[in-house]
Design a protein around this ligand. Structure first.
Ligand code: IMP
Length: 418
């Protein structure tokens, strides 16, 4: 059976390779929706050897017939959105008539960026390692019920009134507490209101448009950003992002109720990585870790920071299967494990009296025959198949897709999802 509404979620700390899979699955859908996060995300797509990095615009945009939506759960940096649109247009991809942005999106203002950076600096060695893009402070204003939403641009007088109150509060913190430069009203208008004419045709009611798709039986793909272990509630708090990154966020983040989701796909890298600070029990600081980083080109798509690398944390994955009600998994970057003598799977943690987790590993033999670019499951080396089978058994759900290289074509599809 194929599914109508499909969800794609990263299962660890982001960078699992969601962009490529969303792009691939997009061939069969009418629309792709972002429902949380902001331009802290970075989705790298390689199509016919050409690399595109997207931060805000759904990865479906490279398919000319697909409509793309930015739901109300996304915090919006308007200058960054427009820059991304212009870059796509320069590459020959039409965006404006295919993108709808929710009127209810909170806007990231210059004071959010200033606060994000000031807070991180003040934390010193306790820093979170944020992307410095104002994501956290923008969500704080949203939850504080004082944030500026996209619809606020429609009434300039009211916008200025609200902004003045926000500047009063945030500049007090910036100047008096953090010793940073204040932000001007002009800078805020230049990052928002000044683009109204350009944005107006793309602003719309995402909820009702998606409802009309559902009523006509059109398929929609929901594209998660970051990963489940960066979820504000279920992640490795406080080393998390400021949104819910799990499947439950779809309903609040774009207005599609939970009963309308048909298949939830977890994207899992064949090993685990993390950018920024925070716990990472299976991290490898040895030659194997460096090998994974080098072979897997593990540098952040948004900040260019090197990613920390380690063995696949299946123990964490089991919890992620549960919290997202995952239907199946897609394993990416299997080829990066090619040539390793032994591969470890973390199946449990031993937790000491102060709460430090030491991973418990199950060792599996590696494989010599490369999996790189392999396009059929039966052509995978036996030990690679055994590795995948063990992950399936431990998680209790099937691996439906395997990615063996960055290109769209380097993919094994075991089950057609849509
Ligand atoms: P923020 O989302 O900028 O507040 O950063 C909070 C944490 O989430 C940091 O550890 C970031 O490195 C991490 N993070 C945010 N977005 C991504 C992503 O798309 N991939 C991987 N890590 C991310």
């Amino acid at each position: 059976m194929t599914n109508k509404n499909l969800v794609v979620i990263g299962t660890h700390w982001g960078d699992e390779g969601k962009g490529k899979i969303v792009d691939l699955l997009t061939e069969s859908v009418t629309a792709v929706v972002r429902f949380q996060g902001g331009h802290n995300a970075g989705h790298t797509l390689v199509v016919e050897g050409k690399k595109t990095v997207l931060h805000l615009i759904p990865s479906g945009i490279l398919h000319p017939k697909v409509r793309c939506f930015i739901g109300n759960g996304v915090v919006l940096s308007i200058p960054d959105l427009l820059k991304e649109i212009q870059e796509l247009e320069a590459a020959g991809v039409a965006v404006r008539d295919r993108l709808m942005i929710s009127l209810d999106c909170p806007i990231i203002m210059p004071y959010h960026v200033a606060l994000d950076q000031s807070v991180e600096q003040r934390r010193g060695n306790q820093k979170i390692g944020t992307t410095g893009r104002g994501i956290g402070p923008a969500y704080e204003d949203k939850v504080g019920r004082r944030g500026i939403r996209l619809r606020d641009l429609l009434d300039q007088e009211q916008l200025i009134f609200k902004l003045e109150a926000l500047l009063h509060q945030h500049n007090f913190m910036l100047e008096q507490y953090y010793g940073a430069a204040p932000v001007t009203l002009q800078a805020c208008l230049a990052a928002s209101y000044d683009f109204l004419a350009e944005l107006r045709p793309m602003m719309g009611d995402v909820l009702s448009t998606l409802a009309s798709y559902r009523k006509t039986g059109a398929s929609v793909l929901f594209e998660g950003a970051q990963g489940a272990l960066l979820d504000i509630d279920h992640g490795t708090y406080p080393f998390v992002t400021s949104s819910n990154t799990t499947a439950g966020a779809i309903s609040s983040g774009c207005g599609v109720g939970p009963r309308y989701l048909d298949y939830i796909l977890g994207i899992t890298k064949a090993y685990t990585t993390r950018v920024g600070e925070g716990p990472f029990p299976t991290e490898l600081k040895d030659d194997v870790g460096r090998h994974l980083a080098e072979k897997g080109h593990e540098f952040g798509a948004t900040t260019g920071r090197p990613r920390r690398c380690g063995w696949l944390d299946v123990h964490a994955l089991q919890r992620v299967v549960e919290m997202n009600s995952l239907t199946g998994l897609c394993i990416t970057k299997l080829d990066v494990l090619d040539g390793l003598k032994e591969i470890a799977l973390c199946t449990d943690y031993e937790v000491d009296a102060v709460g430090t987790s030491t991973p418990v590993y199950e060792m599996m033999p590696g494989w010599d025959t490369p999996t790189e670019s392999v396009k059929s499951f039966t052509e995978l080396p036996e030990n690679a198949r055994a590795y995948l089978a063990r992950i399936e058994a431990l998680c209790g759900i099937p691996i439906d897709i395997i990615s063996t290289g960055p290109d769209r074509s380097e993919t094994i599809i075991k089950r057609t999802l849509i």
